[in-house]
Write a protein that binds this ligand. Sequence first.
Ligand SMILES: Cc1ncc(COP(=O)(O)O)c(C=O)c1O
Length: 400
Amino acid sequence: MSETSEILDRANKVLISNYARLPIVMVRGEGSRLWDSDGKEYLDLFAGFGGAVLGHCHPDLVKAATDQARNLWHVGNTFYTTPQIELAERLNRFAFEGQAFFCHSGAESNEAAVKLARLRGQEQKKWKIISLNKSFHGRTLAMIAATGNPAVRTGFSPDVPGFTQVAPGDFDALAAAVDAETAGILMEPIQGEGGINLYPPNYAAKVRKLCDEKGITLIFDEVWTGCGRTGKWFGHQFFADENGKPITPDIMTLGKAVGGGLPVGVMFAKRHVAKLLVPGKHGSTLGGNPICMAVSRTIFDVIARENLLEHAARLGEHAISRLRNEPRIAGKVADIRGRGLMLGIELKSPPEKVVEKGLARGIVINLTAQKVIRLAPPINITRADWDRGLDLLVEVIEQA
Ligand SMILES: Cc1ncc(COP(=O)(O)O)c(C=O)c1O
């Protein structure tokens, strides 16, 4: 038995099979590269569902984690610790004025946001949340009720009450779904799992106005779009009203990239909303752990220092134009879309084993919504690696 099949054999005995895992054991990573237990090298064009936003084992993040680990490991939230404050200060600098609650995942940050929206609506008996079809908000019981994909709910009924979905981008449908009990609207600035779906211009501005008029809490789920992925710090920074005034949510939730691969979730709320979360209303034993916070804080510093927003925006535009002008795949591709390094290539029909074919050629890619190939490499991938990855991707699509 080879070493790899021995590991797979052990894994299948002791790990729950809730993931459709590929029969590959990853053992090492550096930058945008990964190596498996057979020594094969891969170019990582998906960064672990967007988590490894600065790639694997970035020296600054390793240093931040190890320095912090030597200094203060965990004390819980009965005490203040400076890495939490430093991260929240960066969110104030790069997003909007607000206050942070820390947890470990995207689903948990959305749970906290929904609790806060309900708390805010409590006096007016507002408790319902509207989200969008094709959305994804996490795997907890409330978040599968919020997610606009019925498949994630199958087998877990009864559904948590108070959640409905409407068609994404259809403002009239959203406005019609609002009633006197609507507490919040929850949406991703760009839908990730749903297939890299953008909204029509002005949609977000109209949603913001509706929320202001009706006293509804607007929650942007930036778990996919946050922290530089789209070529801006946050996906909502692409939105503005008719006068060019930036649109901000009442609450923004983060996961994935905000931890760079470590388990960090953030619910970041404007002060007038955040102040409702008084002691006893919500909490997390390990949330805001100093090591995770030190890494997260450093992610913002590296992105700013190395101008990675501009880099991600440039590489994204380059990829879209390169792939749109590639005659070898023109017959197979229905659409190419996205922002920065959050890209979707929608094929005309569902491809066979496209992820496996990518791996065989040495690239890690993802398939979502049956026929959308997703790319989300580390945003510091070099231009040369990106070009090589795109060349290999073209070959994979050509043979799909
Ligand atoms: C937009 C969005 N929100 C929330 C989640 C859930 O995040 P987590 O898996 O960290 O709970 C995801 C996961 O893919 C996501 O894409």
